[in-house]
Design a binder for this molecule. Structure first.
Ligand code: SF4
Length: 409
């Protein structure tokens, strides 16, 4: 029986070649520091949601009284301060989402935080011959449309949430994962005699706690029949994969089979050969070449990350000649606001200080957005207006050339 996780659906949806990794130990690398940190952060979020669900009015939750942050840190061997940061951000999202505060920019979780219907990290599954397919949605809950808990076994609304604590990818990348969870949850609920209304409102939601507030969550409306049809199609593709057809593309970046994949290796070798022979006709083959370079770039980044993790874990990397790889001295971090205040206190003039301060465009626009939010004005319009004003005053001017960008048809 091959073990497959629903969290692998985003890649599987593009290429069944990832099934090769199920036969090796490539995707069972659960001991790295990064994956432990991810698991620990999810555990903190799950405990916080559970505690909030039982009694959202209990102030003790919001001071950490109900979540064993230090216990989770020591269980997974991760930095407790990092987990407290996760706790505080997650707490802000949940607390502000339950309707007691201004939650306009926040995921609408409030109606779903019901102890009778909410599930966190509970296993769901679906059946496929020779495969065991399981997943653990971070959070799901169901409700009637008017926000009351289901008590008549008729579900009109279902919400499925996934926390993403790592680098933010394009949110649509996660849609197959949410569709897979939705299918497994529907199967589970129907096996327990629940029924769905004719056109239930089913929503998938990805929350990115570490992103700026305005980009913190994305939702995907889903259709009941669409979920079932799509899932059956994917399961059929998995079942009938011929074991030799691979689809190389952007998704390879996150594929656990990448180090072992013949198609990815061939693509990398071809791209390298083209670079070294300088035999490329840029006008004709430039798009394809550009995409391959992007994939190789990601592969190199991943490989460098593995080396860095090895060093961070205290291991030595050395060749027979005595050359070594080591960690360079970490860069100093600067608290900009306090640094500026320090320089002002020393009576340095602002024009001198500002020569060394960088402000980026998204920073300025997020100040405009926060101001608009405080004054209950439309955020998009405020950002647009700020941008226009800055451009017409020549405060923001275009660089001579932009970077290379791929526009897909
Ligand atoms: S590396 Fe790319 S082509 Fe190879 S199995 Fe993974 S997704 Fe498929």
């Amino acid at each position: 029986m091959k073990k497959l996780r629903i969290s692998q659906f985003p890649i599987l949806n593009k290429c069944c070649g990832v099934l090769d990794a199920l036969d090796s130990d490539l995707n069972i690398n659960t001991s790295s520091e990064i994956s432990n940190l991810g698991t620990a952060r999810h555990a903190v979020a799950a405990e916080l949601v559970r505690a909030t669900t039982v009694n959202p009015e209990n102030e003790d939750i919001y001071y950490g009284g109900q979540v064993n942050v230090s216990g989770i840190a020591s269980k997974y061997g991760v930095d407790v301060d990092d987990l407290w940061t996760t706790f505080n951000i997650t707490k802000g999202i949940i607390h502000n989402s339950i309707g007691t505060h201004d939650g306009k920019d926040l995921p609408p979780l409030g109606n779903f935080l019901n102890p009778h219907t909410l599930r966190t990290e509970e296993e769901v599954s679906m059946n496929l011959e020779n495969f065991s397919i399981t997943g653990h949605p971070d959070l799901y809950s169901y409700n009637t449309l008017d926000g009351e808990a289901v008590d008549d076994f008729l579900i009109k609304e279902l919400l499925i949430v996934d926390w993403k604590f790592g680098y933010k990818k394009d949110p649509t990348h996660y849609q197959p994962q949410l569709m897979g969870y939705a299918n497994a949850i529907i199967l589970d609920l129907c096996s327990r005699d629940y029924r769905f209304s004719q056109d239930p409102k089913i929503t998938g939601m990805v929350i990115f706690p570490n992103e700026p507030k305005s980009e913190r969550y994305s939702t995907f409306p889903m259709n009941f029949n669409g979920i079932v049809t799509w899932s059956n199609d994917l399961l059929n593709r998995i079942k009938t994969w011929d074991g030799k057809t691979y689809e190389v593309g952007d998704h390879c970046t996150y594929c656990p089979n990448k180090p072992n994949c013949p198609a990815f290796l061939k693509m990398s070798q071809n791209a390298l050969a083209v670079i070294s022979d300088k035999q490329i006709d840029i006008a004709k083959d430039g798009v394809e070449f550009w995409q391959k370079l992007g994939l190789m770039e990601n592969m190199i980044k991943d490989a460098k990350k593995v080396i860095k993790e090895h060093l961070i874990a205290g291991n030595e990397i050395k060749d027979a000649d005595g050359n070594i790889l080591t960690l360079a001295k970490p860069k100093d971090k600067i608290n900009s606001a306090e640094a500026i205040q320090f320089l002002r206190d020393k009576n340095y003039p602002d024009y001198k200080i500002l020569e060394h301060v960088k402000i980026n465009k998204s920073g300025i626009l997020s100040i405009a957005a926060e101001d608009a939010k405080d004054n209950k004005q439309p955020i998009g319009k405020a950002k647009e207006l700020a941008l226009q004003t800055l451009k017409s005053a020549n405060i923001i001017t275009p660089a001579e050339f932009g970077s290379v960008k791929l526009i897909k048809k």
